[in-house]
Design a protein around this ligand. Structure first.
Ligand SMILES: [Zn+2]
Length: 745
């Protein structure tokens, strides 16, 4: 496109939209002559407008083609339009600008693609989507800019302590921009407004910002000024024990909210239904406060594209749970990388189809909208295409059953944001006993999967009586950093009949990590901290001292494995169930015998107060379970969860296999999602084969007045025999391949 047709396009925005029509029967699109108006025909059409909310609130499928600087030479916009239409996506993310402009921009220092020539690639791509009634979201990048911008606007860029700018590791001709500079408050807005003015887009997305990871510290003039206001200089250690860092954290979160809000308002300038969405993700491991971000975010995009190393396959479902805990039914998408994004990463070959499908399946099971992503406009590997197409086809054919109303889970797991963010960050001066920031939650999670529990995450910023009311038990995996307010809510929850499981240093510190003399929840635990943490030490044990439901199944042993770290505690006059056997040498064998075989120090405290049951473990049993993979510790945790949550859970699934389960009330009825993780590549390497599971016995409690007419396995595409007695529906699911969704209508 030359400058003339670019201007024509601009002019056509204010003239009546061109008459493009899609033939509903054949899907064919009639196009008028190419008079330069073809970019805007989508304006007249408003696909997927729902009376119940903006377009993105009802979106169920999303795609992204992430084209590169060179792609304008070869990319075929219409072919991409056809591909995305074949996936029946509601929206596609298309590279607009930021680092590289894919249209003839007039904004100074907004770098045009070297290979753009006379093309308006972004405009063509938007038009190709609009012709197919697909929403177009401009994918932007605000994090890097070229050297000419650095020369003209040195104040836009992040600086090291010596004042040098920060070049990108792999593309050192690009430099990191600073969020506190006018690059974010003026330059990006100028670019957004230019795109708003020329293209019929439905929103903006920024790659890489704000992210949920650790906060960078920048030494540019803006940031030095900010730190001066906060009362110091930029700290070298980003540790919450540093009072200046605490203030910086708050200022940083304020700025994130301010920028998000500003950019969202600019999106609205074009159209009230247009939206800005940032880049979040990070799975369980988040430093930035998601609750705060959710207050400005109309749409949460998790950029959680794949896994590497020893990361478990359920990493994507965990992301869904974290996002749901703050969005609570509002739009959440998750990016699934169709390329092989393990370590090392390959951007231009496909991920194993079975791995990719299970990743997409976890997105939908956990209530997220899958966002299917490929990199590069002219792929030489096209194997990923059919993987996305067949999964999205199936989603579209069963769309109503993916419209969730709310989760039916009756167990809550506290998502301890500040403990994850501050308690044991790598590189901070953390005490030896502290594991990785998410190890505690990982261990509990594994036990929850093995025990086939139905649970939700509750974000600690959302701890209140209304949120907790629907759950029979609250599980707290070492929420060491907990504010007084949160502790009071937990105390009241137990008083009101809720049950509790907590581990290790839960409530031992304030929300910023200042030490308390005792657990703030000591009265609830019925236990008091009697000293510093002991550990890390292997070869310690818990001795079974009395019969208790929590010890069910441990026949033939007097000892259970001990936690690697423990708080030494005293208990309020309660029968001793598990006592601590302190660590003793594990080598050489001649020395392996307990020096103190029996103590009265409790390893855990179990109490019943009215209808409430409280289980408190003084050791980091959850983290030790995760680190060791020990099956006794998982069994102990499962027994404890079962004991605090009580019998007759809302849904139960009995059978062989490691699965993850979600139960939703949906618009048409109910949906039970079952993910089969039983696989040798469950915790390493890409899933390449599926090992199907046999029959599963399901009990599903529905609303008492609801008479179920059909129970259908949507992946197997078969109706199941079932029985309903009052509110309980029972049926046998003959098997699960990789993923099954059973719809009860
Ligand atoms: Zn800065």
């Amino acid at each position: 496109m030359n400058r003339r047709s670019f201007l024509l396009t601009t002019a056509s925005l204010i003239s009546p939209p061109a008459d493009f029509l899609r033939n509903a029967a054949t899907g064919e699109i009639s196009r008028p002559a190419d008079d330069g108006r073809n970019l805007v025909e989508g304006l007249a059409q408003a696909p997927n407008v729902s009376s119940s909310g903006p377009w993105y609130a009802v979106m169920r499928r999303c795609g992204q083609i992430n084209y590169n600087d060179r792609d304008p030479l070869t990319i075929d916009a219409e072919a991409w339009g056809d591909y995305w239409a074949s996936l029946k996506v509601d929206a596609v993310l298309l590279n607009g600008g930021g680092i590289v402009a894919f249209y003839p921009t007039q904004v100074p220092h907004h770098h045009r693609s070297e290979f753009l020539g006379t093309r308006d690639l972004f405009g063509e791509m938007v038009a190709a989507m609009k012709r197919r009634r697909i929403r177009a979201v401009a994918r932007m990048d605000c994090n890097l800019a070229y050297e000419d911008a650095l020369k003209a606007h040195p104040e836009w860029f992040e600086r090291n302590q010596d004042g040098s700018p920060r070049p990108h590791g792999e593309s050192p001709w690009l430099f990191a921009t600073c969020m506190f500079s006018t690059y974010f408050s003026e330059q990006m807005p100028a670019i957004y407004r230019e795109i708003n003015q020329h293209y019929p887009i439905d929103g903006f997305f920024t790659n890489g910002w704000p992210s949920t990871g650790a906060l960078p510290v920048c030494y540019c003039k803006n940031c030095r000024r900010l730190f001066e206001k906060l009362g110091g200089v930029p700290p070298t250690e980003t540790d919450a024990s540093n009072p200046l860092y605490r203030k910086y954290y708050e200022a940083y979160m304020d700025r994130v909210q301010e920028i998000w809000h500003l950019w969202d308002n600019i999106a609205h300038e074009r159209n009230p239904q247009s939206v800005y969405v940032g880049n979040l993700g990070g799975g369980l491991d988040t430093v930035k406060d998601l609750k705060q971000i959710s207050q400005v975010a109309a749409w949460f995009n998790a950029d959680h594209q794949g896994r590497s190393g020893e990361t478990a396959i359920w990493d994507c479902a965990q992301q869904g749970r974290v996002a749901y805990s703050v969005m609570q039914g509002r739009t959440v998408t998750n990016v699934a990388g169709a390329y092989s994004n393990a370590q090392p990463t390959w951007r231009h070959v496909s991920k194993a189809p079975a791995e990719l499908t299970l990743w997409l399946a976890q997105s939908t099971a956990s209530g997220m909208v899958p966002w299917f992503h490929w990199l590069g406009g002219s792929p030489e590997d096209t194997r990923w295409r059919e993987v996305g197409r067949s999964f999205f086809d199936w989603l579209a054919a069963n769309e109503a059953h993916f419209r969730n109303r709310h989760s039916l889970a009756d167990v809550a797991v506290l998502y301890p944001q500040r403990t994850v963010a501050f308690y044991s960050r790598p590189n901070s001066r953390r005490p030896r006993h502290r594991g990785g920031p998410i190890d505690y939650l990982q261990g509990l999670y594994y036990a929850l999967l093995e025990g086939r529990f139905f649970f939700d995450f509750v974000h600690e910023g959302d701890l209140n009586p209304v949120t907790l009311r629907k759950y029979r038990a609250l599980l707290i995996p070492n929420a060491a950093y907990l504010g007084d307010t949160q502790c009071n809510v937990i105390r009241q929850y137990v008083k009101d009949g809720g049950s509790l499981l907590a581990t290790f240093e839960t409530s031992r510190y304030t929300e910023w990590g200042d030490s308390r003399r005792d657990f703030q929840l000591a009265d609830v635990f019925g236990a008091h901290a009697a000293g510093e943490v002991i550990g890390p030490k292997g070869n310690s044990y818990a001795r079974m001292e009395a019969q208790h439901p929590i010890l069910e199944g441990f026949k033939g042993t007097a000892l259970l494995p001990g936690a690697e770290n423990r708080v030494s505690i005293t208990a309020d006059s309660i029968p001793l169930v598990l006592s601590v056997v302190p660590a003793y040498p594990a080598f050489p064998p001649e020395m392996v015998y307990p020096r103190t075989p029996r103590t009265t120090e409790p390893a855990a405290v179990f109490r019943e107060i009215g209808n409430s049951r409280v289980a408190y473990f003084a050791g980091d049993v959850d983290r030790t379970c995760w680190r060791s993979g020990n099956s006794d510790l998982s069994q102990l945790l499962q027994n404890a969860i079962r004991w605090v949550s009580g019998p007759d859970s809302v849904v139960s699934v009995n059978g062989v296999g490691l699965i993850e389960a979600f139960a939703w009330e949906t618009e048409p009825g109910y949906a039970l999602h079952l993910l089969n993780y039983t696989n040798p590549n469950m915790t390493h390497g890409a899933i390449r084969n599926i090992y199907p599971l046999g029959p599963q016995q399901v009990r599903f409690r529905v609303n008492e007045r609801r008479s179920i007419k059909t129970v259908r396995a949507l992946r197997a595409a078969t109706n199941l025999k079932f029985q309903q007695q009052r509110e309980t529906v029972t049926f046998e699911l003959p098997g699960i391949a990789d993923y099954e969704v059973v719809a009860l209508v």
